[in-house]
Design a protein around this ligand. Structure first.
Ligand code: HGY
Ligand code: MN
Ligand code: MN
Length: 398
């Protein structure tokens, strides 16, 4: 089926204008004004495409095309929020592609047998509140009441925090998502498309190191309990543990805050985060255990206190065999031999897998760059991804 590649690019450009940040890229944090504007834009597109648009209790935006038969629905889409200085494609592609695909199917094939829905999931990235996968966890009925800050932000968008449970759905049969790879495997192998086999397991930890604030000029080196010097040793340890475990283990310290954050005061307290990932559950646990143990040793050697808090922990999730088969077949019918790939990035599909069959397609990321303004995919690859998505949705819903 023919895809309007120019329209695809134009819509991606339009979304990329919403939430531009000084310094480059976009930032559309959950319930912020750019987030709302982007949602309104997608809602207009949905309506124009002939879909029935609605928002659920947490602000996920759904565009529905009723099927001729009753039964569970087929869903495609992605998240509308972004990281800080986010790129043009992470999340946006899956929404624009889903919409473009369903629109093309409606035009060419008419009404589907099974109901098709396009979803713009309200939050996946965890870039504003101390939570992530807020939208998809709401869909599978796995969120608690929002905390005070989140509840306030919801009210500002006209959403009632008391009703979040009503966003849960049990009528989804299959969820498929087109996403950029966000790494360089496909580009390096010169392969234009991948069917995702599994999504890695992730642990997000927060480590709080407590020492003692002291005068930077009068406190001799052997009388200090410098929380930041200790945290620095821990950051090095985190990196070396992941390196020594070998691929695909990865570990990242992405946030760090020192107190009192003064040039002439020995830091008394440091809080930092650790993001640990591995596709094997045992190796993921080993990564975490070694991190905890080495950081404890470093703290003890330096007379520091250490508290470790698990922010969230998500196991590796395999994609559903049936959906993988449909995606592989769709790729073949579009003339492509797709490769199989484990996703190192987290995706809504890993959460939705608790309630429905899930599958994902990846297109190459130029230079493997993502979560930055340089995020780019060859337009031909984007178009191919959408064509395969169209065929897969056709196989699933017509
Ligand atoms: O962090 C992740 O893997 C995703 O991009 N949210
Ligand atoms: Mn992301
Ligand atoms: Mn994403």
């Amino acid at each position: 089926m023919r895809i309007d590649g120019a329209l695809l690019e134009q819509r991606l450009d339009e979304l990329y204008k919403i939430g531009t940040e000084p310094g480059g890229g976009v930032y559309r944090p959950l319930y912020g004004s750019a987030w709302a504007e982007a949602g309104d834009c997608v809602e207009r597109w949905m309506k124009k495409a002939g879909l029935e648009a609605r928002r659920d209790a947490v602000g996920n935006l759904w565009g529905r095309l009723d099927g001729t038969k009753k039964g569970k629905v087929i869903v495609t889409g992605s998240h509308i929020d972004t990281v800080r200085h986010g790129g043009r494609l992470d999340g946006a592609l899956g929404i624009v592609a889903g919409l473009t695909a369903v629109e093309a199917l409606l035009k060419e094939k008419g009404k589907p047998r099974r109901t098709l829905e396009v979803v713009a999931i309200c939050e996946e990235e965890g870039s504003r509140f101390a939570t992530n996968f807020w939208g998809s966890r709401a869909i599978v009925g796995a969120i608690d009441s929002p905390d005070a800050a989140m509840a306030e932000a919801m009210r500002e968008r006209g959403l009632d925090p008391a009703t979040v449970a009503s966003a849960a759905r049990d009528d989804i049969d299959t969820f498929v998502e087109l996403h950029i790879e966000q790494g360089a495997v496909l580009e390096t192998a010169n392969v234009p498309l991948a069917v995702v086999s599994a999504i890695v397991g992730t642990a997000h930890l927060e480590l709080a190191v407590t020492g003692r604030p002291d005068h930077a000029g009068t406190t001799p080196m052997d009388m200090r309990r410098d929380a930041l010097a200790g945290a620095a040793a821990m950051v090095q340890a985190v990196e070396s543990i992941a390196r020594s475990l070998g691929k695909p283990a990865v570990a990242t310290v992405g946030k760090i805050r020192a107190e009192p954050d003064q040039i002439n005061v020995v830091p008394g307290r440091v809080v930092f985060t650790v993001d640990l990932r591995h596709s094997d559950p045992g190796a993921r646990r080993a990564l975490e255990e070694r991190t905890r143990s080495l950081c404890r040793t470093i703290a003890a050697e330096r007379g520091l206190e250490l508290e470790v808090r698990v922010l969230h922990e998500r196991p590796p999730v395999p994609m559903h065999a049936e959906v993988r088969a449909v995606l592989t077949r769709a790729a073949q019918e579009c003339g492509v031999q797709a490769t199989e790939l484990v996703s190192g990035a987290g995706h809504d599909a890993q959460i939705l897998a608790a309630r429905c069959k899930v599958g994902m397609l990846f297109v190459p990321s130029v230079g493997g760059r993502s979560h930055c303004p340089e995020e780019h995919t060859d337009p031909g690859h984007l178009e191919l991804g959408v064509r395969v998505l169209v065929r897969a949705l056709e196989l699933l819903a017509y």
